[in-house]
Design a protein around this ligand. Structure first.
Ligand code: SAH
Length: 238
């Protein structure tokens, strides 16, 4: 059998420090921004010449955090409540024979003053994700309005109202270099309702979500989600 050596061409710096809370696909949370820094020898202005003409990019990347866990032929998509199984190739599961992910991201800025750094938005990528390739998104070929989405229709759950305790607002002011951006990010992430499908009835539960800004503690009340507090990143466990 042939082997095809692959090497990362860049590394993602994102707001997400753990899997929990990351949107289920790209484009769901525009405020989820980050950077893609190219690695040598690809970090030269020539490799991205013309890229600024595209609004969106395809990234192929390695599911580096879960790659060692291997794969199974059947998986349980969260969209189906965790009980129904579908084939790995009928899913976007991260546990695949080749742990390769595919995401469309928005290209916000191209900086070639020192190496190559792309600012990207709408991420569903963990901090430190190794990127294998970048390709421009081509609307005439890649946008298929007639496509059907099978068991994965657009977001089924959306939390309209997200409230912040005074404590959480104060913590945000202290911890964030850009409080209004992080306020928008956290609000939009909670609106996606990151709780696992089978936990939406346990409203007493307090969840923690590790972002660059800190560990966001939140819960879901009958009237909507509530940001309880944000702990400094140094208090992260594990
Ligand atoms: N759009 C991609 C990823 C979909 S799965 C694709 O379809 O291939 C989305 C999940 O991938 C996120 O919720 C996050 O938990 C997980 N993820 C993102 N980056 C990862 C990484 N580097 N390693 C492991 N899992 C990752």
């Amino acid at each position: 059998m042939s082997s095809y050596p692959l090497q990362p061409i860049g590394i993602v710096e994102s707001c997400f420090c753990e899997k929990f809370g990351i949107p289920r696909q790209p484009g769901l949370v525009a405020a989820a921004q980050g950077r893609l820094r190219l690695l040598p020898p690809f970090d030269q202005a020539d490799t991205v010449r013309g890229i600024e003409q595209f609004s969106h990019l395809w990234l192929t990347f390695v599911f580096h955090q879960t790659a060692e866990q291997g794969w199974k032929p059947l998986i349980r998509p969260p969209k189906l409540g965790g009980n129904t199984r579908v084939g790995v190739f009928a899913s976007r599961s991260t546990f695949r024979p080749n742990p390769i992910g595919l995401s469309v991201v928005e290209l916000l800025e191209v900086d070639t003053t020192s190496g190559v750094c792309l600012t990207i938005g709408g991420l569903d990528l963990l901090d430190g994700t190794p990127v294998l390739d970048i390709k421009p998104y081509l609307p005439y070929a890649d946008s298929l309005p007639q496509a059907t989405g099978g068991y994965a229709p657009p977001a089924q759950r959306f939390i309209e109202q997200v409230s912040w305790t005074t404590q959480a607002q104060q913590a945000l002011q202290q911890l964030s270099p850009d409080p209004s951006q992080d306020h928008a990010l956290i609000t939009a992430l909670l609106q996606q309702d990151p709780r696992p499908g089978y936990q939406h009835t346990e409203s007493e539960r307090i969840y923690g979500m590790q972002l660059k800004v800190g560990n966001v503690r939140w819960r879901v009340l009958p009237q909507g989600a509530e940001v309880i507090d944000i702990e400094p990143p140094s208090l992260r466990l594990g």
